[in-house]
Design a protein around this ligand. Sequence first.
Ligand code: NAD
Length: 480
Amino acid sequence: MPVDFYSDYTMTIGGKAESSSSTFEAYNPATEAAIARVPDASREQLDAAVAAAKAAFPAWSARPVEERQALVAKIGEVLQAHAGELSRLLTLEQGKAKAGADWEIGGSIAWCGGIATQSLPTQIIEQDEQRTVEMRHVPLGVVGAITPWNFPILLAIWKVAPALVAGNTMVLKPSPYTPLCTLKIGELLRDVLPAGVLNVVSGGDNLGAWMTGHKDIAKISFTGSTATGRKVMESAASNLKRITLELGGNDPAIVLPDVDPKQMAKELFWAAFQNSAQFCCAAKRLYIHDDIYDVLRDEMVEYAKTVKVGDGSQQGVQLGPIQNKMQFEKVKDLLADAKTNGLNAVLGGEVSDGTGYFVPVTIYDNPPEDSRVVKEEAFGPVLPLLRFTNIDDVVARANDTDMGLAASVWSADADLAKSIGERIEAGVIWINEIHTFSPHAAFGGHKQSGIGVENSLDGLAEYTNTQTVVTRRSPAVTIA
Ligand code: NAD
C-alpha cells in the first residue's frame, strides 16, 4: 500500500481507522502551504484509545517476550518497506533535507532491530533447597507517549519499541506540527500488531494534557521542552504515573588547542547545525581555545557559506527551514535581541522576507557569556563561538546552566579530553565524535534536561515495575 501524501489522515484506535468531527491542518514549513487535514481527537476518542490499549494489555503482556520482540522487529521491516515514501513525507511535513530524513528512517529501522534483541531476565538473588528470592520485571499497563516535531519518527520509535517489548500497550500522540508520519505508521501497522496494542491519536496540546492526567495511563514517556516537561510531571502526580522526560539541552562543545582547526571546521559545523539545529543535543555553545579560535572561526564561516539552505525536497539542499511558525518567531526574537545588544554576527543574523520559515546559518563571534544566545536553547541555526584559555574556567562555564543533556570535547589527546568530559554535568559525553547513538547505550539528561533514560536495558526497565518474588518450598513453621 503506497503512502498517499494528500489523503485524509486517520487515527488508529483499537486497530481501526478513526476520523474526527473536528480537524486541523498540517503545513509544509518550506512553502507554508497546507498539505493535509488531520483529526483533532476529542476527549471521548482519547478515552476509547486508552480503553483499547487497556483491553489489549492482558493478552499482549502474557505473550512470550520472543513473540513481542518478533513483532517489534516486524515494525522495522514495515518501515523498511515504506522507507522511500516515509522519507518524502517526513521532508514534506518537517522540512528536513533528504539525507536527514533518510538518516531518521534508517535509525528507526535499526532501533526496531536492536531493541527487539533486548529483554530483562529474571534475576535469582538467593536460591537453596528451601527457598528462592527472584527479582523480575513486569510491564506497567498502558503507556502514553508524547513526541516533539524535530525527529517525529525516530523519537516515536524510541518509545514504541521498548514499551511493546516490555509487554505494555500504548497510546501515541505526535506533535500537532508533525502528525503525518506518525499517523501513517499507525495505519501501516494496523494489520501487523494485535488490535489495541498501538493506538495513535492526533490533536493539540490539550490532548497531551488529557493524557498526562488520564487515570488509566500508567506511564508517560515524553520528549519535548523543559517547560512542558514540568507540566507533565505535575499532572502525572495525579495517579503517580511513572515518567520518563527527555527535555531540552544547551550542550557545550569544548575544542582544545591541539586540534587542526582547518580539519575540524566541517565536523564542528555539522555538530551544531544538523537538522537546522533543531536537535536536542546539538552543540549549542562552542568553546574554542584562544590559540586556534580565529582560524577555526574563519574556517567554519567559510564552510558554512558552502552549505545550501532551502526546501528540503529540492536536490542539493542540506539544511531545511525551521519547522513551524511558533519556533520561527522565537528564533527571530533571539536574533533581534542579539542585534539590539550589538553582538557580532560573523555570518547571518538577518531573516529575509519571503515564503517559508527560513533562518540563515548564524554564527556569533565571542558574545558575552550572559547573552541570550549563550544562555538559551535557540533550537534554530544560531551558534555562539566562545573563547577560552583555561580548562577549569571552561569547565565551570560549560556547567553554568540548568541543562545537562550532552557535551563533547575535541582534542588530539583523547585521555585528556575524556578527563575534561567527565567533569561536565551531562547525560552523554562524546570525545572526538558526536551524535552517535545506540539502542544499547542510555540516552537521557541530567539536571533540568530530563528524568530517566531511553535506550539500553536501563531504558527498557523504565517500562516495567520491579517485582520481588520470595518462594519457600513449604510453609514456614510459625513460632507462637
Ligand atoms: P513541546 O514541549 O512544545 O511539545 C512536545 C510535545 O508535548 C508535543 O507533542 C506537544 O503537543 C505536547 N504538549 C504540549 N503541551 C502539553 C501539555 N501541557 N501536556 C502534555 N503534552 C503537551 O516541545 P517541542 O517544541 O515539540 O520540541 C522541542 C523541544 O524538545 C526542545 O526543547 C528540544 O530540546 C526538546 N527535545 C528533547 C529531546 C531529548 O531527547 N532530550 C529530543 C528532541 C527534542
